[in-house]
Design a protein around this ligand. Sequence first.
Ligand code: ATP
Length: 276
Amino acid sequence: MMVAEMNAMQMSKIAVPVIQASRVWKQFGNGAVTALKDVSIDLRENEFTAFVGPSGCGKTTMLRIIAGLEHPTRGRVSMNGATITGPSPERGMLFQAYTSFPWLTARRNVEYGMKLLGVPKAEREASAMEFLRLVRLEKVADKYPGGFSGGMKQRVALARTLAQNPSVLLMDEPFGALDAQVRWEMQELMIELMERERKTVVAVTHDIEEAIYLADRIVFFSCQPGRVKADIQVEFKRGRRFPKKEDLLAQPGYTELEQHLFAMMREEIQAAAAAA
Ligand SMILES: Nc1ncnc2c1ncn2[C@@H]1O[C@H](COP(=O)(O)OP(=O)(O)OP(=O)(O)O)[C@@H](O)[C@H]1O
């Protein structure tokens, strides 16, 4: 096979959309609120996409539609060509609120989803420990999360979601409730997981710095109604992910992208204030 052909094949494999949202509208309250207006987004395999934008511009609604927790009023969202009609273990969801069960140990929390999927006991026990090791909680595997810090609880939730082996991971402000240092540690852990697990990830975040650090691509939503204002490939990373956050900050192009995103955010906030 010729090199050029191989490259074309590899390219098409890399570019294949896992999730395709086409011309999605979402209205609430019998049309009183248009949360999304004609939004089309393709999410590609092993790509980390951040949904960014001011409050109330439809980021969470779009994420919930991809999860199958909401249905579009118009338009279609599909995964690998099949229309999404409801939640599926193929699409794991991680919320801001810690979603671990306090009455189960960390290990049982991680096993829980696998149990629902019918994974045999021995396999789920081994797998739970593997994922707890991955999020560095193996030493507290048999403790109850009630006594854990926020970061630890969120790592239990992350391990539980990953243990179900979703090909798409959807995160709604996953680190929003954590303090700055823990948030930073979680972001670096996410980079490590992306390299190891090769998932397609979408994260809603208000934090521009977090979006630039984690994402290969940033979809910026504008408000009233929610639309895609900009779809930005984070070109300056040139496909690399940075295990240490400070290494990214030193890259040429970082500051320009940050300034651009802040300027768009200001524009949107001012437009919303003028419309109010
Ligand atoms: N279940 C619902 N019923 C009525 N209106 C809703 C519902 N869910 C969302 N909305 C409205 O849809 C719009 C978009 O909300 P959404 O939560 O998707 O925005 P967001 O960008 O994620 O905001 P935030 O960043 O504050 O979470 C808002 O005006 C919101 O009030």
